[in-house]
Design a protein around this ligand. Sequence first.
Ligand code: C2E
Ligand code: CA
Ligand code: CA
Length: 968
Amino acid sequence: MQGSDLTKRAILLVDDSSINREMLESNFVSKYTVRHAENGAQGLELLRKYPDTSAVILDLDMPVMNGYQMLEAVMRDPKLCHTPVVVITANGDEDSQIRALDGGAIDVITKPFRPRIVRHRIDAIIDRRENERLEEENRLYEKLLRQSELDERTGIYNKQAFCRRTAAMLAANPNDRFVLFRWDIDRFKVLNDVFGVANGDRFLEDIGAAYRENTRIEMTYGHWMADHFVTCMKQEDFERYDIINKILSLSSERYGTYDLTTRIGIYEVEDTTLDVSLMCDRALLALQSVKNNFTNRVAWYNGSMRDALIEEQELAAEMVAALENGQFEVFYQPQYDYDNNVLHGAEALVRWRHPQKGLIAPSGFIPFFERNGFISRLDEFVWRTVCINIRKWKEMGLPVVPISVNISRIDLYNPRLCETLIGMIESNGLDSSMLRLEITESAYMYDPDQLVRTVENLRSAGFSVEMDDFGSGYSSLNTLKDVPVDMLKLDMRFIESGKDSARSGSILSSVVRMAQWIKLPMVAEGVETNEQADYLKSIGCIYLQGFYFAKPMICEDFEKLLSNQEYVPVKKEQKTVDIEGAEDFLNASTQATLLFNSFVGGAQIIEYDGEGCVECLRANDRYFEVIGCDRKCFYSRERDMLTMFFPESAKELLRVLNLAAETGEEQQCELHYLPIHDDGKELWTGVRIRYLARTDKRCIFYMASENITERKELDALRMRLSDIVRNIPAGIAIYRWGKHLHTEFISQQACDILGYSQEEYEYLLENNVPITLADSFANREEEIRRALFSGQTVDSTVPIVRKDGSWIWLRAVCSMVSHEGRTPMIYATLFDATEQHNSEEKLEALLSTAHCGIFKYQADEEGRITYISESMLKMLGYTREQFTERFDDRFPMMIWHEDRARVLESLYDRSIDNNSTKGACEYRIEKADGSLKWVYDVGQRIINVDGKEWFYVVIIDIDQRRQLENLV
Ligand code: C2E
Ligand code: CA
Ligand code: CA
């Protein structure tokens, strides 16, 4: 009876009646492992032994341990309490039924029972339990799944999750048509270069976020790898929403006007049961078909792609024989030095002359030769053919040029590559300089270390190595600094891919500039028009290859071309524009770059095209801090930096650039930026400009910028101040007391009063020529000096001889101001006191026209103001009546209450009690409009004829407090 079949569920029958147990067992035994117990104690023992028992059928009335007791024990045991217990009771015994249910039984069966019904009920109970358990497990599993489903970088589904979700979506919508597409960003690596890897990463994050925002569309989406994204959605939705553009526009803000293009491969889901990752492969196949296509960026997966695969297999079957039978032929496409109009070299390009299919271009077989490895044999054939031909041309006496051959990525893994090439060169009696090796840039992506090692080997063997398809975007511009190649090969077809040629031109020229910086010569291929050729030449790229000059030609034709050439000896040195020191800026590991990036100030590399356009090629972070705008905002502006400045500054920059280029010396100037943000904030920068290099018309400069806005504002303030000084009907002079009295500043008015020109006056003073009458000022010099140094204001009226011989009474009110860390200066106000002498009123009248506030108040506690100038009322915005009303004409009231105690203390206590005559201080006055104005107060105590004491005070608006220091 107790068959221990592990796959069967088990039930436990606990009943003291063996008849009952047998009756039940006969019903269960086919499906369950049945265990018997005669009482509760036995039952409990068995249940503990087999805790995975699916159900217990329990009689209540038993010896030793009855059903209730066992039930209670089961329910108390955490390991057993989930086991469903069904209780058998006598018919009609409701109390015991309820008691059993209360005790945890899941159901009751009444005696006499019908065994088949019991079995069905037990089955149902067990199934339900099982389902509940499974559901719980599923929930847990889902939770775990979700945690590992999301791609960390983008926050959307990863590969596996995308496949799972997509399969589920397809299965749930069997009647809809779906497309699955895969897209990536063109030249994503270049973008990384231009904006930094961190920005590139953030861009991917932004794409993820943009996807998540488009939740209204039913679709699945995921991040496949690198910059590849996959999406599956209903075909109608795909047609209706331009989802990719939507996502791009949401996420590309960071890059401003940078030309972002995508390529899309679409697989129309025909067979929904196809493995989703296979669908993604097909979408990829479609994507790859437009990878190097510049007119078409979207491709649907179609049967012809499969056909191509079949065709490939046919060709693969023939390739070995074809090579042996000489069906492969080498064509030559000349390269010219467009500067001197001479032949520079030629590229060897292979063709398959197929007996049935005709001439097959390399694109028809190279890609799959690369996949199946046959390319290395074909390449060796091409190299050997080229070597043999060069030897033949030499023997024919033709002026030979070096020939470029293609080295496939696969060849790089051949450890004997270098030997093989040398062997071919030597066996034909050639010099290794006759072969130029073109290595495709994409090799860098697959195995940069291998590439670098191989290139180093080849170069030390004397070959010149060219990096083919440079700018195709497989690798980054950084490749340049790692791979020691001799020449770059730019492909116009990659570069001209941009929609607007101005921008692609600028990408091209920045590539060219980079190359020039590290002194790499360049050859451009795919040149089809005169404009392209001229443009390339204008930016310093002079070696050109392309249909504009000649198509690839058969060997005989190239021979003819060679024989028509004058003899051009092989130039060892390739031409580049020499840019000294500039390579440092590109090499990330050099001090110079470190310096550039962490330069204490803002720095840029700028280019001037000689025709009034200045472009920023590179800028460090500090530059953006200086101008208060980020890279994104900067690059979204016009390329011409001159548009950033006020016209005078733009003019000034051009002038200085020309000067720097002419003299080769560092130049400086100040530039006034147009407001960068809406807040209209002023920006002035002081720049230092160093000429770096010239390429044809273009010049490259290094420009360091420093924010000098504050200083400029101070200058402006100073100007305003000197306006004031000019307008005060009194002379102002500033002296420094060294051995003699030195004049730091003397206003025009002061000179006018004295009757000398400024120069004359300074000359007199410097040479200690006395202009005061002998017994006056000079005699009191020591006294005055002491008074000044002890902080007093000296008010003295002295007779002065004017230039014309006349003399005047000059009243000089002097005080010494010393700022921390600076030489003390003597500030003097000079009046011609001849006429008015004691006529104070007249002085007031004069002062009242001044551009500062003047007032006079009684030197006592009350501080009654008895005079206030128009200018001061104007400064504060009051009418005379309002002023009186507001401040009761009392000086203490005029001081803003928070400043009052401080000011009064410093003024009254010191000036009155110590009988000194001066106090200067700063405080606030409430203006008529309720705002507060900071003023600088210079007061003088004057004792009137009547013996009363007054303070004469001049106040200056110092709302721009910080500027005060440099002001007085
Ligand atoms: P590639 O090395 O970039 O060669 C330049 C390709 O551009 C050649 O195509 C050439 O015919 C074409 N071309 C030249 N001037 C112009 C032009 O002005 N406009 C346009 N639209 N195209 C121009 P081709 O000969 O079909 O070769 C295609 C590619 O096949 C080559 O690209 C190279 O990657 C590969 N290839 C050719 N021969 C060999 C070889 O012997 N070995 C290896 N490994 N690869 C080869
Ligand atoms: Ca090539
Ligand atoms: Ca190429």
